[in-house]
Design a protein around this ligand. Structure first.
Ligand code: HSE
Length: 436
C-alpha cells in the first residue's frame, strides 16, 4: 500500500525528533501500521536549518499553507505552538480535509471546542497524544484503556520544569532562580518560562485530561491556576519533616457538586509513588471505579519522547483514516452529543486539606487562639508542629495540617487568623492531597 504522506509544520526540537524516529524505526512502524508513513513536506521559517535536518528526504518550504494546499498530504503535524498562527493553520488544514496531529496543549485547552467541532464536521481526526505528558501515553490510557471505568479523579505531575525545580530545591538546597536557569538550559522550560512556573502549562494539560476523563468540554478559563513562584525552601523542609513532598499537581476530580479543575503546589505523602517522581519526569495517577488506582510515569518533554507520542498518533490515523468517522474514537473520549454539562467548580467550592505555616509570637495562648478559629470554622486539625524558638528568639513557626474542608471556610479562617496580633507575617497556605 502507498505510504501515508505527512506534512510537518515547524521542525524544532519535537519535529526533528519525529523525523529521526520515523526514519530510524520505519521498518518496525510499517510492520505495525501495514503501510509506510513518510514526512514528504516540511514548512519552517528557517529553511536552511530545516533542509539540513531532512536532507533529500522531504521538500522544505517556508510557507505552511503550501503544505496544507498539497493534495498529496494526508496528515498535517502542527508543531508551531501557541494560539496565533497555529490555530489558523490547524483550522485551515481541517477545512482542507487533512487529519491533524498536534502537541499544542495551549491551543487545545483554550480553543479545543472550536477545533474539535470543525474536525467532527469535516470528518477528520485531530490527534494530540503529545500535548499532555510528552511520551507518556496518557491520552490513550484515559480515552481507550480506561473506557470501561467511571473515572473519579486524575492527578498528575505534568510539568517537568517545575518538578525539576522542586526536586533540585529539595535535594540540593538550591535557590529557585538558579534552578530555573538550569531547566531552561536543559530545554525543559517553555519559550516563556512563566507558563511553567506559574502553572499555566500544567493547567493546559489538566484541562485536556479533565475533558477526556469526564466528558466535559475543554474549559481552561475555569481552571484554578497557581504556580510555584511563592514557594519557600522552609516549607519544603517542614513538609518533609511531616512526611510529605511538595509537588505541583494538576488535579481534576468529579464530585457531586461538579468538576474540580486546579493546578497548585500540593503536599503529597512521601510514601506515595508519585511523591518520588523526581527531576523533569512526569507522572499521572488516575482513580477509576473498576480498575482502582493506576499510575503512568515517563518523560514529559524532550525531542524523542514527544516524537514517540506524535508518531503513535500518526499510526492511529494511518490505521483509522479509511474508517467511517462515526466509528472512530471520539476526540474527547465521549460522543460529541453525549458530553456532560457538569460545571467546573469555583476554587472556593473545592474540598481539600491544608498545610498552614504561621509566624507567631512565642507566647502563652497563641496556639489556643489559632486552633479556636479553626474549631469555630469546623475545620479539623490533623497535626501540629511547632518549631522550637531559638535562643533569645521571641517568635517561631507554627505548622498546622488540617483534614478536608471547603476552601471558602479555610479562606474565612485564614482571614481571621491573619487579624490576630500574635500572627506576625502573612500566613502560608499550601493545599494537601492524600491521593488514596
Ligand atoms: N515546558 C513543559 C514542561 C514541556 O516543562 O513539562 C512539555 O510540555
Amino acid at each position: 500500500m502507498k505510504p501515508i504522506q505527512v506534512g510537518l509544520l515547524g521542525i524544532g526540537t519535537v519535529g526533528s525528533g519525529t523525523f529521526e524516529v520515523l526514519r530510524r524505526n520505519q521498518e518496525e512502524i510499517k510492520r505495525r501500521t501495514g503501510r509506510g508513513i513518510e514526512v514528504t513536506m516540511v514548512a519552517d521559517l528557517d529553511v536552511a536549518r530545516a533542509q539540513s535536518i531532512v536532507g533529500m528526504h522531504a521538500q522544505v518550504v517556508n510557507d505552511a499553507r503550501q503544505v496544507i494546499a498539497n493534495p498529496e498530504i494526508d496528515i498535517v503535524i502542527e508543531l508551531i505552538g501557541g494560539y496565533g498562527i497555529a490555530k489558523q493553520l490547524v483550522l485551515e488544514a481541517i477545512a482542507a480535509g487533512k487529519h491533524v496531529v498536534t502537541a499544542n496543549k495551549a491551543l487545545l485547552a483554550v480553543h479545543g471546542t472550536e477545533i474539535f467541532a470543525a474536525a467532527h464536521a469535516k470528518g477528520v481526526m485531530v490527534a494530540f497524544e503529545a500535548a499532555v505528558a510528552g511520551g507518556i501515553p496518557i491520552i490513550k490510557a484515559l480515552r481507550e484503556g480506561l473506557t470501561a471505568n467511571r473515572i473519579q479523579w486524575v492527578a498528575g505531575i505534568i510539568n517537568g520544569t517545575t518538578n525539576f525545580i522542586l526536586s533540585e530545591m529539595r535535594d540540593k538546597g538550591l535557590a529557585f532562580a538558579d534552578v530555573l536557569k538550569q531547566a531552561q538550559a536543559l530545554g525543559y522550560a517553555e519559550a516563556d518560562p512563566t507558563f511553567d512556573i506559574e502553572g499555566v502549562d500544567a493547567a493546559h494539560k489538566a484541562t485536556i485530561m479533565s475533558a477526556i476523563a469526564f466528558g466535559v468540554p475543554v474549559q481552561f478559563d475555569k481552571a484554578y491556576v497557581e504556580g510555584i513562584t511563592r514557594l519557600e525552601a522552609q516549607d519544603i523542609k517542614y513538609a518533609e519533616q511531616l512526611g510529605y513532598r511538595i509537588k505541583l499537581l494538576g488535579i481534576s476530580k468529579r464530585t457531586a457538586a461538579g468538576i474540580e479543575l486546579r493546578v497548585h503546589p500540593c503536599l503529597v505523602p512521601t510514601k506515595r509513588l508519585i511523591a518520588n517522581v523526581e527531576g523533569a519526569m512526569n507522572a499521572v495517577m488516575v482513580q477509576a471505579d473498576a480498575v482502582g488506582t493506576t499510575l503512568y510515569y515517563g518523560k514529559g518533554a524532550g525531542s524523542e519522547p514527544t516524537a514517540s507520542a506524535v508518531i503513535a498518533d500518526l499510526v492511529d490515523i494511518a490505521r483509522l483514516h479509511t474508517a467511517d468517522p462515526h466509528h472512530r474514537v471520539p476526540h474527547l473520549a465521549f460522543q460529541p452529543d453525549a458530553m456532560s454539562t457538569l460545571a467546573i467548580l469555583a476554587m472556593d467550592q473545592v474540598v481539600t486539606s491544608y498545610y498552614l505555616r504561621l509566624r507567631v509570637a512565642d507566647e502563652a495562648g497563641v496556639l489556643a487562639k489559632v486552633t479556636g478559629i479553626l474549631a469555630t470554622a469546623g475545620i479539623s486539625i490533623d497535626a501540629v508542629l511547632q518549631r522550637e524558638a531559638g535562643e533569645g528568639e521571641n517568635q517561631t513557626d507554627l505548622i498546622i495540617l488540617t483534614h478536608d474542608c471547603q476552601e471558602a471556610k479555610m479562606n474565612q479562617a485564614l482571614a481571621e487568623m491573619q487579624q490576630l496580633s500574635t500572627v506576625l507575617a502573612p500566613i502560608t497556605r499550601i493545599r494537601k492531597e492524600e491521593l488514596n
